[in-house]
Design a protein around this ligand. Structure first.
Ligand SMILES: Nc1ncnc2c1ncn2[C@@H]1O[C@H](COP(=O)(O)OP(=O)(O)OP(=O)(O)O)[C@@H](O)[C@H]1O
Ligand SMILES: O=P(O)(O)OC[C@H]1O[C@](O)(CO)[C@@H](O)[C@@H]1O
Ligand SMILES: [Mg+2]
Length: 462
């Protein structure tokens, strides 16, 4: 095994033909002579009939599956799933679960399936929930979680544990983990949360504790890299259809009707792009990754006037992070986690359009602005996200029981894997506007590319 020796977390294993495994840490990397136990699943009636239920230690999943005949084999991740041996005696396990960051459909499903997976697959009975995010470790009481208490929570939106932004104090959190004799920590949250989880893992390792830290990436914006998509994303896109439909009905019911829908997406426009593609009623989709301008040739005002003349109505979907540089602002504000607080670009754009059409006497318009922001994330997961969340949770449980730590459970090319924290926190996933998906979206709306703002007009102001 080759380790780069720079960061104890990065474990690289190289093989023939350019094969690289970006492996995840294991408790045995820093604690010697750990005892192992046979996996209780071997005698579980549901699983023992499955041939090859246990994952081979050497199974890995390739990151890039489109290759040429001479391509190197490239990066791989460890395949998730149950191992023959586990590193925890079930009766010794004391697990905890925490949810942090914004809400996302499926959070309760993940909580439920960690509790039920630990209980029914491994016979673990001690699972506690941390109240209200990271700060709950040191400022709140915990709640006992049993299969009974979580049995129907997947039907509810939100998180039964509560969530928060800010309040991450690594040493206080790890002190608390130590004091409560917790030895498995399941951390559900987005990019910020997983950075926090990484810090917790590193501190636990520095103290030499036998505590497995497993992350389950959560982001409604789909902005976590490497993984195929995040749980809850499908549900959010589906719910966004209701707002787009409403905007379309409003716009088509009047002369020169314009419906504007603002959707979530702080830095990444995935929800807006997929919701637009799914709907086919959208005339223009604006996302943070693709700057646009209002005035002049090729600008938004010109396009709106053209569409209204052609069709008599139009629908615009705008991601909340789009066009932020257009919205005049003096003081930049942040939330408790340090995330930039955004201006309401949907409202701003609605006012600008109304003002422009009135001032220039272009035509009489009727504009309705719909902001379903929190409605698309405060709902229970749909069927597909429920199944997906279940498998992510079960993978995390299998990984922690097998002694892996410092990892997130994630889907890569349709297979469940364990990915080291650093790989998902080092950058954000964004819509690549030179990729085919954005081109498909453009061809569905036939909107301007906004690539060539006319000279003389201020590029990003009106
Ligand atoms: N770099 C960091 N190191 C340690 N903790 C962090 C870091 N960034 C954020 N956190 C903590 O993680 C938690 C959640 O962070 P944040 O509010 O940014 O949400 P998130 O996990 O990114 O989810 P989302 O943005 O999808 O809603 C907060 O408690 C915050 O203090
Ligand atoms: O208002 P809150 O709860 O901070 O959450 C808003 C943010 O959360 C996100 O959904 C990410 O989870 C962003 O798209 C959005 O800007
Ligand atoms: Mg975030």
């Amino acid at each position: 095994m080759a380790s780069n020796g720079v960061d104890e977390q990065i474990k690289l294993v190289e093989g023939p033909a350019g094969y690289v495994l970006e492996d995840v840490p294991h408790l045995s990397d820093y604690i010697l002579d750990l005892p192992t136990y046979p996996n209780p699943l071997q005698s579980n009636a549901a699983y023992s009939v499955v041939r090859q239920y246990f994952v081979d230690e050497d199974d890995t999943v390739q990151e890039k599956i489109v290759v040429h005949k001479d391509s190197p084999r490239g990066t791989h991740f460890r395949r998730a799933g149950p191992r023959q041996k586990v590193y925890f005696k079930p009766s010794d396990v004391r697990a905890c679960i925490v949810t942090c960051g914004g809400l996302c459909p499926g959070l309760n499903t993940v909580i439920r399936e960690i509790v039920c997976g630990l209980h029914f697959m491994y016979g673990v009975t001690e699972v506690i929930g941390v109240d209200c995010g990271f700060r709950g470790f040191y400022s709140k009481n915990t709640v006992a979680l049993t299969p009974k208490t979580v049995s129907d929570i997947h039907k509810r939106g939100g998180t039964i544990l509560g969530t928060s932004r800010g309040g991450h104090d690594t040493s206080k959190i790890v002190d608390n983990i130590q004091d409560r004799e917790i030895n498995q920590v399941y951390i559900i949250g987005g990019d910020g949360t997983q950075k926090g989880a990484n810090a917790i893992y590193k501190e636990i390792r520095r103290r030499g504790l036998k505590v497995a830290v497993a992350g389950i990436p959560k982001t409604i914006d789909n902005d976590i890299p490497v993984i195929d998509k995040s749980f809850g994303f499908d549900t959010a896109v589906e719910e966004a259809q209701r707002a787009i439909n409403a905007a379309h009905v409003e716009a088509t019911s009047v002369e020169n009707g314009i419906g504007i829908v603002k959707l979530m997406g702080r830095y990444s426009g995935f929800i807006a792009m997929y919701a637009t593609l799914a709907s086919r009623d959208v005339d223009c989709c604006l996302i943070p990754e693709s700057p646009f301008y209002l005035e002049g040739k090729g600008g938004l005002y010109e396009f709106i006037a053209k569409r209204l003349r052609e069709n008599g109505h139009m629908v615009i979907v705008i991601a909340e992070g789009a066009g932020q540089d257009l919205v005049a602002e003096s003081i930049e504000q942040q939330d408790a986690s340090g995330n930039k607080l955004l201006k309401d670009v949907g409202l701003w754009m609605s006012l600008k359009i109304k003002e422009y059409f009135a001032k220039h006497n272009v035509m009489d318009i009727t504009l309705k602005y719909i902001d379903p922001t929190y409605m698309i994330r405060a709902i229970p997961a749909n069927a597909s996200d429920n199944v997906y969340s279940t498998l992510l949770a079960q993978s995390a449980v299998h990984g922690a029981m097998a002694g892996y730590t410092g990892f997130v459970s994630g889907l890569v090319n349709g297979r469940h894997t364990y990915i080291p924290f650093n790989r998902i926190t080092e950058r954000q996933n964004k819509v690549v506007i030179t990729d085919r998906m954005w081109a498909r979206m453009l061809s569905s709306t036939n909107q301007p590319s906004f690539m060539n703002p006319p000279k003389g007009t201020t590029e990003f102001t009106d």
